[in-house]
Design a protein around this ligand. Sequence first.
Ligand code: G6P
Ligand code: MG
Length: 215
Amino acid sequence: MIRACLFDLDGVIVDTARYHYIAWKALAYELGFEFTEKDNERLKGVSRMASLDILLEIGGVKLSSEKKEELADRKNQNYRTFILKMKPDELLPGAEDFLKELKSHNILVGMGSGSKNAMTIVERLKLEPLFDVIIDGTQVTHAKPNPEVFLKGAEALHVEPAACVVFEDAAAGVEAALKGGMKCVGIGSPEVLGKAHMVVAGLSEMNYEKLMQLK
Ligand code: G6P
Ligand code: MG
């Protein structure tokens, strides 16, 4: 029985993954090294500080924790200049239709994002009415691949983890869903998201009937 769907935000509902990438790339450039799109895969779904650690490891750079705080903050300021300009049409194709279809079948809809900027995006794109519950990075102690964000979502919806399906574009997020005892649909490439129960290129490929195949 599937009673709820929990959606990651960045890269699933909105195309912010590219803004994160641009902001990290600018920081790497400042530090004097290249940061490729392939490198960026490792940062998807990963918390801000853990992302910076991976970036610095790629560049072979060691810094004090004070300096790291400063750089993470600078990256975030840069990232925010992009999201503050986002328009409602930046919802990824199929997202709104699928969420509405779920509601019409009485499936509960939640958001489980590790981002501390999630609410800014929710406000800019007026996403609140699409969700029954929103859990973001300000409400969790443990980042993905820890399942906390999804478990909190399930709890707030009063649904057992086994009756939840998570939609994720990041390997760390797929791992979090599975650790939480939930089903998972990967959004992106099977190479990266192979552990998910099903992988689709985007939410435009999803519908209620396909979801029910996961039962
Ligand atoms: C999401 C994104 C990551 C990002 C993380 C924290 O999981 O996929 O790329 O690092 O959120 O985002 P924040 O907005 O708090 O820096
Ligand atoms: Mg994501």
